[in-house]
Design a protein around this ligand. Structure first.
Ligand code: SAM
Length: 197
């Protein structure tokens, strides 16, 4: 699906972010240092916000999305500090206990098993590493959540887009201790910072 969406993704996302999810990216990656793995890096929309010295390894299943990310890496002159890999975040093949942070923004709604992806994140992180999630989920406003619940019955099975996953619960199940957890924008955006237990 994302191969087909790739040419339209940035424009579609900027509309959603202007109205709903604004300014979460800067906040998510601000202050990260060292070696970072980004799950479902997509077209690389977070890349402008990393400090220049941060080494980013971005993983994505979609070659089309990664093609856009490569162009962004070139535009940012970030080639020496960025590695882009076509692969599955549920089994990255990267070295264990070697990364300072794992970041996922709007990706866990699409993976087959969020817990499997987060167990992989835990494997990759150093003991003092940090997991940073910015994900969309259901709403804390009941009428909107009821609509999302109906949409989810279709979008999950047909598009692989799960609208109401509980990302904090998945992080706990994968062996993380939550340091920070917040729901914003009628609960639609879920922010998590967590450490390996
Ligand atoms: C909604 S996009 C989000 C992209 C980016 N994180 C952002 O914030 O704009 C979801 C991305 O996750 C990727 N993806 C979905 N399942 C994946 C998996 N199991 N492994 C790696 N990437 C995956 C998709 O190809 C897509 O690029």
């Amino acid at each position: 699906m994302f191969d087909r969406l790739a040419p339209l993704y940035d424009r579609g996302m900027s509309l959603v972010e202007a109205t709903l999810f604004s300014r979460q990216r800067e906040a998510a990656v601000a202050g990260l240092r060292g070696r970072v793995v980004e799950f479902g890096v997509g077209t690389g929309l977070n890349l402008p916000y990393y400090a220049p010295e941060v080494e980013v390894t971005g993983i994505d299943l979609s070659g089309g999305m990664l093609q856009r990310a490569r162009e962004r890496v070139r535009d940012l002159a970030r080639e020496e500090r960025t590695q882009l890999i076509e692969g599955n975040v549920e089994r990255t093949g990267l070295e264990s206990s070697s990364y300072d942070a794992v970041v996922s923004t709007y990706t866990l709604c699409n993976v087959e098993s969020p817990v499997a992806a987060l167990l992989e994140a835990r494997r990759l992180l150093r003991p003092d590493g940090v997991l940073v999630l910015v994900e969309h989920t259901g709403s804390t406003w009941a009428p909107l959540d009821a609509v999302l619940s109906q949409l989810d019955k279709w979008s999950g099975p047909h598009w692989g887009e799960h609208l109401r996953r509980d990302h904090a619960a998945a992080a706990r199940e994968a062996g993380f201790r939550l340091e920070y957890h917040e729901r914003r924008r009628a609960g639609l955006v879920e922010l998590v910072r967590a450490r390996p237990l």
